[in-house]
Design a protein around this ligand. Structure first.
Ligand SMILES: C[S@@+](CC[C@H](N)C(=O)[O-])C[C@H]1O[C@@H](n2cnc3c(N)ncnc32)[C@H](O)[C@@H]1O
Length: 271
């Protein structure tokens, strides 16, 4: 199923890039490379960012000398990723495709889907298809990292808090962008595990205010569902770790606020 959210990313690629520019991309890329080394791949020579958006992480990998690829469904996001890579003077191959069903001309050593972008995959069949595609896109012994929201944010007695973030603000080049991602009373479908997050971006520039409102439908994935999907896809992607943050803290820790799976593609037995 193609995500209905692609329209928003198409229309507001630049704003999205600004809203999420608060992250420490260099540090996150160092952690991704560190996990690749820790789990037997060594220094990744090629990297694939899935649902890449502005492709900040692919660009950072390219700057470190890796063959970098960024894949996204939104044509505008792909153009934006291409443009930012060109401005940075690095080479990123941008592929406009659906992460649920894709093929690459050449496999990569490291792939990753960050900041809960797997929430754009809405059904189990599609998640299985996604894992099958990733399995075919990375080399034996290659690593796939998936950053999900922490299950505490949508399961348990506290009720759902996920996506109901405090609004955050980013200021750059005379532009102030305030982002609100979800409200406590947004519709939730507990059968399909779909959260209909109302997203509001408020842009203030030269005294003028522009407000963008949209709804992003996000699937909550439990950790066992993700493990099961990788097995149903053929089982070549084996989960070797699940961290609670980019500092490799345990996912079970009280301080854990993400669920970050590291999968390793099995090495083929010699014939
Ligand atoms: C939350 S953004 C994540 C961007 C980036 N990974 C980051 O870390 O900032 C989600 C991106 O997923 C893309 N997307 C949504 N559904 C997709 C799909 N089925 N296949 C590929 N990309 C998709 C959107 O176009 C958008 O750029």
């Amino acid at each position: 199923m193609v995500s209905a959210d692609a329209g928003f990313y198409d229309d507001e690629a630049h704003l999205y890039g600004l809203a999420f520019s608060y992250r420490d991309v260099r540090e996150e890329v160092s952690r991704l490379a560190g996990w690749a080394r820790e789990f037997g791949l060594g220094e990744p020579n090629s990297a694939l960012e899935l649902a890449a958006g502005p492709a900040d992480h692919a660009r950072e990998f390219a700057g470190r000398g890796a063959r970098a690829t960024a894949l996204d469904l939104s044509a505008a996001m792909c153009r934006y990723a291409q443009q930012t890579a060109a401005e940075a003077g690095v080479s990123v191959e941008v592929v406009c495709a659906n992460m649920i069903d894709f093929q690459l001309p050449e496999p990569v050593e490291l792939a990753f889907t960050l900041i809960n972008s797997l929430a754009h995959v809405h059904t189990l069949d599609d998640l299985v298809a996604h894992f099958a595609s990733v399995q075919g896109a990375i080399v034996p012994g290659g690593i796939y990292v998936v950053e999900l929201e922490h299950p505490r944010d949508f399961l348990g007695r506290g009720g759902r808090t996920t996506g109901v973030s405090q609004p955050w603000q980013v200021e750059r080049d005379g532009v102030t962008l305030t982002t609100r991602w979800g409200l406590a009373d947004d519709p939730y479908d507990p059968v399909a595990q779909l959260f209909h997050a109302s997203v509001q971006l408020t842009l203030v520039q030269r005294g003028e205010t522009r407000v963008v409102n949209t709804t992003i439908v996000m699937r909550d994935w439990t950790l066992d569902e993700v493990r099961a999907a990788s097995r149903l896809a053929g089982g070549e992607l084996v989960p070797v770790a699940c961290f609670g943050d980019f500092e490799s803290g345990p996912v079970t820790a009280e301080a854990a606020w993400r669920a970050i799976f590291v999968f390793r593609r099995t090495l083929r037995c010699p014939a």
